[in-house]
Structure formats: structure tokens, C-alpha cells
Design a protein around this ligand. Sequence first.
Ligand code: OSB
Ligand code: MG
Length: 368
Amino acid sequence: MRIRSLKLRELRMQLIAPFETSFGRSDIRRIFLVEAQVDGVSGWGEVTAGGNPFYSPETVDTAWHLIRDFIWPLLKDQPLETAEQVSERLKPIRGHNMAKAGVETAVWDAEARIKQLPLWKLLGGTREEIACGVSIGIQSSCEQLQALVQKELEAGYQRIKIKIKPGWDLEPVRYLRERYPQLRLMVDANSAYSLDDTPLLKELDRFHLMMIEQPLAWDDIYDHATLQKQLHTPICLDESVHSEAHARAAIGMGACRIINIKLGRVGGHAAARRMQAYCAAHGVPVWCGGMLESGIGRAHNIAMSTLPNFTLPGDVSASRRYWKQDIIEPEVEVTTRGTIPVRQEPGLGYQPRLDLIERLTIRQEVLS
Ligand code: OSB
Ligand code: MG
């Protein structure tokens, strides 16, 4: 295989409703698509960095710079046997996993299309239907939160994650638990707490949550180990696991019992596949996190979620929860059992809607 060119596009897409986390509010998303031309076939990927460095250090603009000035020069004119080799070629570049993943996942899609295989099969996926949960942002009242939870449960979603922050934590959790004693419920703090908050975090133990996601600093593992020893509720790491080495450290230190894998944060499919296998070998289940992706990133998340150790419902949900119109055909839909059946077509199994993509594009650049 040889990558002939990369086409970078930035789209403006408005979320159906603003999404609020402990680090900020998202309304209009800057969607960054990568189209890789490989042996006459187009493969598509998405860079999941946001417009600001509040979730991770990367942004849309840093990723654009990295792809144009460093990633493309390492790939241009280099023959590749498989997409698996892309991350190896990009090793000289430290960090910038979201930029790398946008390109790497596009090449995986291209390879699958060339081989006429569904991407999930090429990756080694073992399930034909993935389990779905939803992530619900911070709301202005418990009543409003409950209305959203009720709607998602009626749609069939298998677990509910709510975003928490200081001042919006025990109260919404207690409110939901009283009304839904059996609900598979978890919380995500996006690094809003410190070890000083241990007493408060221990109070959450009473609500038998499935897990507490990333309570402490985005770049910490050690303090999470200190905290996990004092909690019954499993800690799940998101922000602070960027590589297999981080997963080894976190598991070795007892910093978490579950890991959220995001393609962007770990640098693509090859890294995600190795990480989920390492976690499996150490008794740590994983699930697929979301970054408010367009259909392209969402389709990659679905493919990754078919790997064997993705045994917990992920944050991969229907297109219509985010967008009035998604940029893929068909859109991602969720069954009343709260699952997404995988597609059997080659590659992602969802086609990019070029007309709509062109209309939403505000900037593009071809690297060749
Ligand atoms: O921490 O998982 C997170 C969205 C943006 C940035 C970080 C996170 C999230 C979500 C939303 O929780 C998941 C989704 O529905 O895509
Ligand atoms: Mg998270």
C-alpha cells in the first residue's frame, strides 16, 4: 500500500444540545476529517481533538500543524504493508496521539476497503453487536437530569453515565439512585477533584456505581492508586492513559480497575488493540469512550468496540443524539436492546456523505 495524499477538512457542526462537563461547555464542534488516498481507495478518519486544550493538550489547530508538518512527511512516498505499520512509522513524534489517530484510522479504513473486508473483522473483532450507554452532561436541575435519563432508558440504552463536578455530584447521584435502584449508573468527573476530596468521593460508595471515571488530575496515575485503595467503587481512567505503558503503570499500581479506551487518546487502532489485550490479560475490562464524534469517528468506535475485551457498554450512541444530520449514510442507530449491530460492508460500513461534508467544510488542505 502507498498513501498518495491526505485531504484534511475542518467542518463546523452544531450539536443538537450543548454538552457540559467539569471542564467546559461544547455547542458548535470543530470536526476534523482526514481522507487518505491509498492505492486508489479513500479511507476516512477523524481527529477527535477539540477546539481548546481543556480535555487534552491537543487541539484542532495543533493536530493540523502536526499532520501537515510532521506526520505527512514521515508517511509520504513510504510503502506500507498494512495499516498496522503506521503507528510504528510515527514513533519519532512524541505525543500528539489524536493527530496520529486521525491519519492511522483513515489508513485502516482504506486497507479494509482494499481487502473488501469490514474494518471490525480486519481488526480482529469478535462480536457482531456492541453494547451502548450514554454520557449525559451537567444539567441545571435533578428533575431535568431525570427527564433525560428516562428518555435514554426508554430508547433502550444499557447504562447511564452522568458528568459530575464539585457542587453537582452527590445530589444528582442520590436523586437518580432513589428513583432507579437497579440502574447501571456511573459518573465521570473529568479530573475535577483532588485527594483532598477523598471523604466526598467515599460517600459515592453508597450508591453502588459501576465506576467513577477520572476523578483526579488528567496527568496523574499515582494519586488515583492512593484513592482506589480507599474506595469500593472501581475507578476507571480516561484522561491519564495514553499508551500501553500508562495502562501497565495504572494496573500495576492499582490506580484503576477499568479503563476507557479512546482511539484519539491512545493514537489509533493498533495501540487500542494492544491495550485492550494487555488489560484482558490482567483482568481489567475496557469500554470505548466518546468525544462527541461525527459519524466517521463514531463508525471507528463501533469497529473498535467489537474487540474481545470491550465487555462493558461504551459511550457509543446514536447519531441523532448529537446531530440533526450526521455526515454518514446510513446514520448510526441503536436497537431497542441498546445495541449497535455491526455492518458487513467493507471498511467502516458507513459511507461519508460528500455533499453534506462539502457544505459543512470551512477549511481544507490537500497534502501530496
Ligand atoms: O470524558 O468521556 C469524556 C466528551 C468530550 C470530552 C470528554 C468526554 C466526553 C464524553 C461524551 O463523555 C461522550 C460522547 O457521548 O461522545
Ligand atoms: Mg471521560
